[in-house]
Design a protein around this ligand. Structure first.
Ligand code: PAN
Ligand code: ZN
Length: 183
């Protein structure tokens, strides 16, 4: 028995700290096919980090009985006018919802239903977002600082990246004269 939790959360920065926290980074090199302007993507510095995720999953993915927790740091930038974004995914296995809360920065949570209806919600300090079941989701950073947000989901759901990798979202968030527009 121990009275010390294995993981700590810094509510100011979003940092998850502890031995059981996994950290992953996604660079432009790992985002082939995600940006519309593939030529601009190919010319960009492939080493640039687009986002970093700190995650704590007390119960393994696909196993019933836990809540996954992750902080995403999505850095500012764009490729051919399309804002830096996370890859996006549907949940799979037993599909389930997710809750996101913004810690800092400004962005958009882009949501697409199974029948490919796409909409977005603005993300800013303290905004809370419910991602319904059967809804693909990705975040885009429309600001000049990192967009930092926390996500919670049920451990029994899996992450299906293939559907989005293959078919994408039906609309994209583009900067038009500095204003975010879903096209
Ligand atoms: C989030 C995402 C995170 C990174 O924790 O996994 O923002 O985005 P991708 O997983 O799409 O690369 C979440 O939605 N978890 O389910
Ligand atoms: Zn998710």
């Amino acid at each position: 028995m121990t009275d010390r939790p294995g993981v700590r959360f810094d509510q100011l920065t979003g940092h998850l700290i502890g031995e059981r926290v996994t950290v992953s980074e996604r660079r432009l090199a790992g985002m082939e096919g995600y940006f519309t302007d593939t030529a601009a993507w190919a010319l960009a510095d492939q080493n640039a980090v687009v986002y970093r995720v700190e995650a704590y999953e007390p119960v393994p993915e696909g196993v019933l009985g836990g809540i996954g927790l992750a902080t995403t740091y999505l850095f500012p930038g764009s490729i051919g006018g399309e804002y830096y974004m996370t890859r996006g995914h549907f949940h799979s296995n037993a599909d389930g919802p997710e809750l996101c809360m913004t810690i800092s920065g400004s962005g958009a949570l882009i949501l697409m239903s199974r029948d490919r209806e796409t909409r977005y919600e603005m993300m800013s300090l303290g905004s809370v977002h419910h991602v319904p079941s059967e809804t693909a989701h990705k975040a885009a950073n429309i600001g000049t600082d990192a967009l930092v947000f926390v996500s919670y989901w049920s451990s029994e759901i899996g992450h299906d990246y293939e559907t989005i990798k293959k078919s994408g979202f039906s609309r994209r968030l583009i900067s038009v004269n500095g204003i975010a527009e879903l096209r």
